[in-house]
Ligand binder design. Structure first.
Ligand code: NDP
Length: 324
């Protein structure tokens, strides 16, 4: 039985309780900063040690206590290719449980606006580029992170099902590769950009003459600064409604080689950059089509070089505390 969706574009109430699930992560912390800057006064966040979102009873008790009006679900088990490929059960099972618990509790407590965050890996491995939202479920997934992707697809479906069954104007957004302050720079768990920053920064400090990277450097990838991502999330919550997930990216991409050069330049690495072509390259291109987001009135404003320089500064100032 479908109920009518009631959504009027406009400012969210700055005095209402806003729960940011995953508020200490890369994305969640940026959303928290953005909401603070925008004047939200009742922000709620819990670390995984304080509230394990896999614990259904604890999640329901938390929602009963805090009664949020708005929710962003930015809590997830997240990792790079190596972690995804090595621990697929954790990426599937943990993420399904986190999502189902939060979305069920939010539904029971009538949360008015909710944004579910997925990832561009939900799209088929050979989706036409740039990747449009309607390519979802039209082909096979990249096998190295298919377990994670299936969990995220289930989250999109749950949001759509809640809209159909309960008429709540919840939405989903699919970010491209994100980077920025608070990123994971650990050698095992990190994505390509923080991994490059760490490697080139260490090479610059130790005056290493050559840094060799995996693959040919020719694959093209898109990168969005997490502060832009946070701005996009608030924009969508205030201006967009619809069942289909919205891609969030810059609409432009660079080769990994260009990326490595920007990083090397940003950290002051003056040695040689080499490529080990005996190692696999991965998908040749991954770029999101962001026309739906543009139509909703938002576009990215932080350039890649500017964003990387700021991230390098943050990395250097926070070396002692960053996730290792
Ligand atoms: P992070 O790893 O930086 O942060 C994840 C957050 O989730 C942490 O705050 C962590 O809490 C919380 N969390 C994890 N497990 C639990 C749990 N069992 N109970 C409570 N909290 C938990 O991830 P990101 O910020 O990078 O990612 C957030 C979302 O954005 C994810 O859905 C991801 O798919 C999406 N995304 C990220 C991209 C990226 O490039 N980083 C790209 C595309 C999508 P704590 O710190 O307290 O342990």
């Amino acid at each position: 039985m479908s109920e009518p969706i009631s959504f009027t574009p406009g400012s969210l109430d700055r005095d209402s309780t806003f729960y940011v699930a995953g508020h200490r992560g890369l994305v969640g912390s940026a959303i928290w900063r953005k909401l603070e800057t925008e004047g939200f006064k009742q922000l709620v966040g819990k670390s995984s040690a304080e509230l394990d979102l896999k614990d259904r009873n604890a999640v329901f008790e938390f929602f009963a206590r805090s009664n949020p009006r708005y929710v962003v679900l930015a809590a997830a088990k997240v990792g790079g290719i190596l972690a995804n490929n090595t621990y697929p059960v954790d990426f599937l099972s943990d993420n399904l449980r986190i999502q189902v618990n939060v979305l069920d509790a939010a539904r029971e407590h009538g949360v008015e606006r909710l944004l579910f965050l997925g990832s561009s890996c939900i799209y088929p491995k050979f989706a036409e580029q740039p990747i449009r939202e309607d390519s979802l479920l039209t082909g096979h997934l990249e096998p190295t992170n298919d377990a994670y992707a299936i969990a995220k697809i289930a989250g999109i479906m749950q949001v759509q099902a809640v809209r159909r069954q309960y008429g709540l104007p919840w939405i989903s957004a699919m970010p491209t590769n994100l980077y920025g302050p608070g990123d994971n720079f650990s050698p095992e768990g990190s994505h390509v950009l923080p991994a490059l920053i760490r490697r080139y920064d260490e090479a610059a400090k130790s005056s290493t003459p050559v840094v060799t990277n995996w693959g040919s450097g020719s694959p093209r990838r898109e990168f969005l600064h997490v502060d832009d991502m946070a701005a996009a999330c608030l924009h969508l919550l205030e201006n967009y409604d619809g069942p289909e997930q919205v891609n969030v990216g810059t609409g432009t991409d660079v080769t990994i080689k260009e990326l490595a050069e920007i990083v090397a330049d940003s950290v002051g690495f003056s040695g040689a950059i080499e490529w080990d072509t005996s190692k696999p390259d991965g998908t040749p291109r991954k770029l999101l089509d962001v026309s739906k987001l543009s139509k909703a009135g938002w576009s990215a404003s932080i350039g890649l070089e500017e964003g990387i320089r700021a991230t390098v500064d943050w990395y250097r100032s926070n070396l002692a505390e960053i996730r290792s």
